[in-house]
Design a protein around this ligand. Structure first.
Ligand SMILES: [Zn+2]
Length: 165
């Protein structure tokens, strides 16, 4: 029997199976896993049972934050400025490579690796700007609020990963 790595693509793409990569008896090493992942494009996720891997903190990873607040997150910066991002769930490590380490460039990380958050943030800024612009004028308030959100959304989509197809 062999272990299959389950690849979960980014939500806007179709799921694919990447394995088989290892035999069942083998423990997986972080170094090998990172090499395997970095040879593929960023965004590919692999899910690995926790007993197959050592504690990431023993292998140069640092504690970090991520989108899933109920998971534990670890990151390891790679020499090219990207980073390995590990999400720890109850039984699994979900590992992928982020194109940009948030420690190197938080804004670029959001734009490239979390376009949903980036776009929502831009829409939020637009909303705030719209509300502020409409403050003095009761009649114009709704219009400027909506316009603000739309402009923010557009900026978010155009400047984020979704805009560069
Ligand atoms: Zn990530």
């Amino acid at each position: 029997m062999s272990l299959w790595l389950i690849a979960i693509e980014a939500p806007d793409r179709k799921a694919k199976i990447a394995g088989p990569v290892l035999s069942n008896e083998m423990r997986l090493e972080w170094v090998k896993l990172i090499k395997h992942l970095s040879e593929r494009r960023p965004g590919l996720k692999v899910k690995i049972p926790k007993h197959k891997l050592d504690d990431p903190l023993k292998h140069g990873f640092r504690k970090s934050i991520g989108l899933h607040i109920n998971h534990k997150h670890y990151r390891l910066t790679l020499p090219n400025g990207s980073c390995v991002h590990v999400e720890e769930t109850k039984d699994h490590y979900i590992v992928h490579i982020d194109g940009t380490d948030p420690a190197v460039s938080p804004v670029r990380h959001l734009r490239c690796d979390a376009p949903g958050v980036w776009t929502a943030m831009c829409a939020g800024i637009g909303l705030t700007a719209g509300v502020l612009a409409g403050l003095g004028n009761e009649k114009q308030r709704t219009f400027s609020t909506i316009a603000g959100v739309l402009v923010g959304l557009a900026i978010g989509i155009l400047t984020g990963k979704w805009g560069k197809k």
